[in-house]
Design a protein around this ligand. Structure first.
Ligand SMILES: [Zn+2]
Length: 292
């Protein structure tokens, strides 16, 4: 800015008949102002009938050229006693913290506890995801076409327990984790603690009928959930909650979220077999998710 002004003044000077009389170099920060020319930081008013520049800079402008000094604590306390805090320290603004806490060193016991916890999480993870906890159980052999390759028994997803633990493949476990994170927790204000699982792997026909097509449960690609346990001990159940004023909206929110995650989503509105549970599976259809 100062350079620009000096340059502009330099252009004006010949017009006014001035030459080298004014030394218009930029004023460096911290430099003492020693000559009136040095003080010339902006165009001055012309005198009436005279084109002489008036190299006057008010003394009050000087502080604007350099950082203000901060008041010493003791003086500030006298002049700006806005907030009196503990231990005789003072803040200079009502909104400033009077005492700024520096980082505290963590105790060795705390660091060890965190390291142990991290190790346990890594040890308990399956499907290469620390948020999916369980055991890898290898191949599950079933009758006929039933069975799971690379099966896992899942104890929890995203910190929410499966009651009881359920067998499935990793794709289904990952979908379940996404559903809990993006569907269940948002619908319960992050209060979900457990899922009541009524079926995981199970070699059977669809809808538990005596014949028909094999259910996705037969391949570890499906899970049935009848209730969501909350941290306060209450359970939202599909059977009683779906049409209730209290839980109907959150259950529908969860159901809708599942449609973004699973291949098939069946709830109480789909058919009489699902009035008391959600059925989710990771079967893939060319037409996209089947959501009822
Ligand atoms: Zn099912």
């Amino acid at each position: 800015m100062i350079r620009k002004i000096a340059f502009a003044l330099a252009l004006m000077v010949p017009t006014f008949g001035f030459t080298a009389e004014l030394d218009l170099r930029p004023i460096a920060r911290g430099e003492l102002i020693v000559s009136p020319a040095d003080q010339l930081i902006r165009p001055q008013a012309r005198r009436a009938g005279n084109v002489a520049l008036v190299p006057v800079v008010a003394e009050r402008l000087r502080p604007k050229l350099r950082p203000y000094e901060r008041p010493e604590l003791a003086k500030g306390a006298e002049t700006l006693p806005l907030l009196r805090a503990e231990k005789g320290l003072f803040a200079f603004s009502p909104t400033a913290p009077a005492i700024s806490l520096g980082p505290q060193a963590r105790s060795a016991a705390f660091v060890q506890a965190m390291a142990d916890r991290q190790a346990a999480i890594i040890q308990g993870q399956v499907c290469s995801d620390p948020a999916i906890q369980g055991d890898a159980i290898g191949t599950v052999e079933g009758r006929g076409q039933c069975g799971i390759d690379n099966a896992v028994r899942i104890r929890s997803v995203a910190g929410v327990q499966l009651k009881p633990a359920a067998r499935m493949d990793c794709q289904t476990a990952g979908a379940l984790k996404n559903w809990v994170t993006n569907g269940v927790q948002p619908a319960t204000d992050d209060q979900a603690a457990s899922l009541r699982v009524v079926s995981g792997y199970s070699c059977r026909f669809r809808n538990s009928q005596a014949s028909g097509r094999l259910s996705e449960h037969s391949f570890g690609r499906a899970i049935d959930i009848a209730g969501i346990g909350l941290k306060d001990g209450r359970e939202i159940t599909v059977l009683t909650g779906w049409n209730s004023a209290r839980d109907g909206a959150s259950l529908r929110q969860m159901w809708r979220a599942a449609c973004n995650v699973f291949g098939t989503v069946l709830g109480p509105d789909s058919n009489r077999f699902h009035r008391d549970h959600f059925h989710f599976d990771t079967a893939r259809y060319r037409s996209g998710s089947y959501c009822r």
